[in-house]
Design a protein around this ligand. Structure first.
Ligand SMILES: [Zn+2]
Length: 269
């Protein structure tokens, strides 16, 4: 799968390739059919604006006042300029906005030290790495997307089918889960027993991938008894993928035989 289909990422808004999105109303449908790109609010997936050959079209009234809109516009302009120049460079988004929202959520400062995990930044660009088991777009860091394609093809040559369960997840996606549960009266401690703290998941980096095998339940320890896992254990390292949470890992995170992270250093620019 070619990884030249890109998601442009900004702190509050994602810029999607138009053809991957489905219209949610007749008004949207006419615009989306012509859209090369769509601005999408990360917090709830709402479509904010469509980019067509004749310009930017708002899909909600107060687009200019939408938080993060200026940053999204700047990212679009930047992408158009660098695309013309043929430069592809992926940077990391700042963590300041995440830190503010973690404070607001009341996630205590000791958390990071306790689990021994750093905050994980989101990349400015992600590449389409195919589709996951649920037919959702699978986004990964461009280099990780290429590595995943090679890994999956190599497995297939050995008669092993690897299936993506999920790849990149945004801070906002994970924050949204916490905010909804907080609103229903759950404490942060209660939520942390079920959900990873926003900002600390390797999935935010676009380097991590949950892998499954056809007809196996997703994200279950039983994955370790599949031929797919056996193949990964022997071969994934050669493609730069490492199992992040083996049994008895120092972070106290449950054993996750399905969670693999691409760790190769990015090639020098
Ligand atoms: Zn995972």
């Amino acid at each position: 799968m070619a990884s030249d289909v890109l998601l442009l990422n900004t702190p509050a808004i994602e810029i999607w390739p138009g053809r991957l999105l489905r219209a949610r109303s007749n008004h949207d449908a006419r615009l989306l059919a012509r859209a090369t790109q769509v601005l999408r609010r990360k917090r709830d997936g709402r479509y904010l604006a469509a980019v067509t050959p004749d310009g930017l079209h708002a899909l909600l009234p107060d687009l200019q006042r939408e938080p993060g809109f200026k940053a999204a516009q700047a990212a679009l302009d930047h992408a158009h300029r660098t695309q013309r120049a043929g430069i592809e460079r992926v940077a990391e988004l700042p963590l300041s906005r995440l830190r503010e929202r973690l404070d607001a959520l009341g996630l205590d400062d000791g958390y990071s030290a306790r689990v021994g995990l750093p905050l994980v930044a989101e990349p400015t660009r992600l590449a389409l790495a195919g589709f996951d088991r649920y037919r959702r777009a699978l986004w990964l860091l461009p280099q990780a997307a290429r590595a995943w394609a090679h890994l999956r093809d190599a497995a297939l040559r050995d008669g092993v089918v690897l299936e993506a369960i999920s790849g990149y997840r945004s801070h906002d996606y994970q924050l949204g889960i916490f905010e909804r549960k907080r609103a229903r009266g759950q404490s942060v401690e209660e939520i942390l027993t079920v959900n990873a703290a926003p900002g600390y998941s390797e999935h935010h980096s676009g380097r991590a991938l949950d892998i499954g095998a056809p007809d196996e339940p997703p994200a279950e320890e039983s994955f370790e008894r599949t031929p797919a896992f056996d193949w990964l254990r022997r071969n994934a390292g050669a493609y730069g993928f490492v199992m992040s949470y083996p049994r008895d890992n120092p972070h106290g995170i449950v054993y996750e035989p399905w969670h693999w992270c691409w760790r190769d250093a990015a090639p020098a620019p």
